[in-house]
Design a binder for this molecule. Structure first.
Ligand SMILES: Nc1ncnc2c1ncn2[C@@H]1O[C@H](COP(=O)(O)OP(=O)(O)O[C@H]2O[C@H](CO)[C@@H](O)[C@H](O)[C@H]2O)[C@@H](O)[C@H]1O
Length: 615
């Protein structure tokens, strides 16, 4: 009970900004700082990072002493009796599995077998030079989960002994510029030939948490708004801006003397989403054919297949890619998607280009790795993805344990109420088709009849934004809608609600349900993608009546199914307190640390370096 009390204490009240709803009121306490659960969680985490740092350096020294290390540039690689299965054997049967329509479970068990990382921890004794290329990275720039991943995974990899650089634009929007204050001009200028001109870019650099954070500076990154657009919509020159990023990222390991030494040619690039999609093509077309980057590899990390970077075919000649590589980016829309009779549907697709040239492909959960190879989840790329099935893996995202820690979270207050039995339900996310806010919209009139309170945070679709304002006015004592993007409010909602609702139509991984579980907030989610992988349905009868599961999943994605799951959850919250505490406990006890995912990424890097370059 003490632990649960501590958990309850850490469930802070929502912010003053969300008042006047009193989401939690009566009992206040300074609470969780003295919580025993906090102590143990922190200790375990510290011990794990200590152990992994210690192990990687020990292993390196040990093998160096035995003369087992080959120093290949800056990559130390053990020649060992490793039992890593050759990629061809490992993957031969997989496309067949999917074609035969075997279920997800078979596929998942194959994937799990491939990422048997308990074991790989013992046998992989390599360090890599790793270059992440991404359009946004937390805490410097963020609109969503891509930034969270690119801000945390590199640190986890660096703590395991790898040399890691993250390359992202230096956005100066007049509002969040101070976030880049620790990054200094490296006085290194290069000229990039693309879009019919030579464009000079500069590099800014900050070394933090063991990682080289490199920011590409160019006037096109200096404007109000977020990384992709402003209040009037997406920027019209995004293709140019991210083409520039890809070129600059490919040059960075060759030209930047970070800590006195360049990263050199022998590196592993991790190209994130379409914005970095030209990286594997450039490596092959611009560099490798002239003998540069012969030993480099590129992993494509797909966070969201719905965004592909599709532009008119005529833009190909501006990308700075040799003309004979047009086929890699070529994309033809199906007839039904063409605008008019003379429209030939010809386009270039940056993500498609990366899919056909990357050495390996990673998605952010195993469920999503399978979904993108299906007609329903492939967004037109399922055929191509099936053809590369042998090199696709799913690795579930982790959680930044420092940023999302209910024990030390500076954004949340400490008041809470054990007696407040009105279920508090929250939603955090972009207001767009993917996240299913329209399903919530359709359910709210019925849902508000119950003794519940609901808070939504997000921005996007103007019609949903206006509806949130309408709902707040209509159900003033029960509903709050916060239109905008606010990390502190996201933390407060995660901590203050009893239930987090995620009716996503598709969800490659989803981070909010992971954050929620870590904060003892119970997720109720649509059974799809990473949500299905990470939330286990509550079963009160499992474990000899002790119960099992960490939340509720519902399917199909309808108002009725969602309300049924919500009402079951709320009834459990009200009438079965012990079961509820069990669900909270099990959620909080899960290991969502990036250490686990970092191990799996290491395995992928290792496999990619066994195979010759794909393109
Ligand atoms: N209005 C708001 N104010 C403050 N914070 C807000 C906010 N709206 C969203 N956020 C924050 O942004 C992040 C969104 O995470 P998601 O997992 O939903 O990612 P997203 O769909 O953007 O990205 C894609 O990439 C990620 C990472 O791989 C995948 O998990 C995901 O499934 C995929 O769609 C969370 O940290 C959330 O708290």
């Amino acid at each position: 009970m003490a632990a649960v009390h501590a958990l309850q204490c850490s469930r802070a009240a929502l912010s003053e900004e969300l008042s006047p709803i009193s989401l939690s009121s009566e009992i206040s306490g300074t609470c969780f700082r003295s919580s025993s659960s906090r102590g143990s969680t922190q200790k375990q985490y510290c011990f794990r990072s200590f152990l992994s740092n210690h192990l990687s350096s020990q292993l390196y020294l040990k093998n160096k002493g035995k003369g087992k290390c080959i120093n290949r540039g800056s990559v130390f690689c053990e020649v060992s009796s490793t039992t890593v299965q050759p990629p061809s054997e490992r993957t031969r049967s997989e496309p067949t599995q999917v074609q035969q329509g075997q279920g997800t479970s078979e596929l998942r068990s194959t994937e799990l077998a491939r990422c048997d990382l308990e074991d790989s921890n013992k046998r992989i004794i390599c360090t890599f030079n790793i270059i992440f290329v991404c359009a946004e990275v937390s805490p410097y720039s963020k609109t969503g989960g891509l930034a969270d991943v690119c801000g945390a995974l590199p640190i986890a990899l660096a703590s395991r002994g790898h040399r890691v650089m993250v390359v992202s634009p230096r956005y100066m929007n007049g509002v969040t510029d101070a976030k880049f204050a620790g990054a200094f001009d490296m006085q290194c200028r290069i000229k990039i030939g693309c879009f019919e001109a030579e464009h000079e870019v500069a590099y800014f650099h900050e070394f933090r948490a063991g990682v080289d954070w490199v920011f590409v500076d160019h006037p096109s990154y200096h404007r109000p708004g977020n990384p992709y657009g402003d209040t009037r919509g997406a920027f019209g020159d995004n293709q140019f801006r991210f083409t520039l990023l890809c070129h600059a990222a490919c040059e960075a390991p060759l030209v930047l003397p970070l800590g006195g030494y360049t990263y050199g040619e022998k590196c592993i690039f991790v190209a994130n989403d379409w914005h970095a999609g030209l990286v594997p093509i450039l490596l092959a077309a611009k560099y490798r054919r002239f003998g540069v980057y012969k030993d480099a590899r590129c992993i494509l990390a797909i966070h969201n297949l719905a965004h592909q970077g599709v532009e008119p075919a005529t833009t190909f000649s501006k990308l700075g890619i040799p003309g004979d590589w047009y086929g890699a980016l070529e994309w033809v829309f199906p007839t039904w998607a063409r605008a008019h009779a003379l429209d030939k549907g010809e386009a270039v697709n940056h993500l498609k280009g990366a899919i056909v040239t990357a050495d390996r492909i990673v998605t952010v959960s195993q469920g999503y790795a399978w979904e993108i190879t299906t007609l329903e989840g492939g967004w037109g790329l399922d055929g191509l993805l099936r053809s590369r099935m042998a090199v696709i893996n799913g690795i579930t995202n982790g959680v930044d344990m420092d940023e999302w820690n209910p024990v030390t979270d500076k954004h949340i207050a400490s008041q809470y109420s054990l007696d407040d039995l009105a279920g508090k339900v929250g939603f955090i996310g972009r207001l767009d088709y993917q996240k299913g806010p329209d399903i919530i919209q359709s359910a709210v009139p019925e849902f508000m009849q119950d003794d519940v309170q609901m808070v939504m945070l997000g921005s996007g679709d103007p019609s949903i934004q206006s509806w949130m304002k309408w709902a707040e006015a209509t159900y003033n004592d029960k509903f709050r809608g916060w239109v905008g993007f606010s990390v502190p409010v996201a933390h407060r909602i995660t901590a203050g609600c009893d239930i987090l609702l995620m009716p996503s139509r598709f969800e490659p991984c989803g981070l909010n349900q992971l954050y929620a579980m870590r904060y003892g907030t119970v997720p109720v989610v649509h059974c799809t993608g990473g949500l299905r992988d990470t939330v286990q349905d509550f079963n009160p009868f499992a474990n000899a009546g002790e119960g099992a599961g960490t939340g509720w999943t519902f399917s199909p994605l309808t108002k009725e199914a969602m309300l049924a799951a919500l009402w079951t959850a709320i009834q459990t919250f009200r009438e079965h307190k012990t079961s509820w505490e069990g669900i909270m406990h099990r959620g909080m006890e899960q290991d969502f640390s990036w250490d686990r995912a970092a191990l799996q990424y290491e395995q992928i890097f290792h496999w990619s370096s066994i195979d010759p370059p794909y393109a």
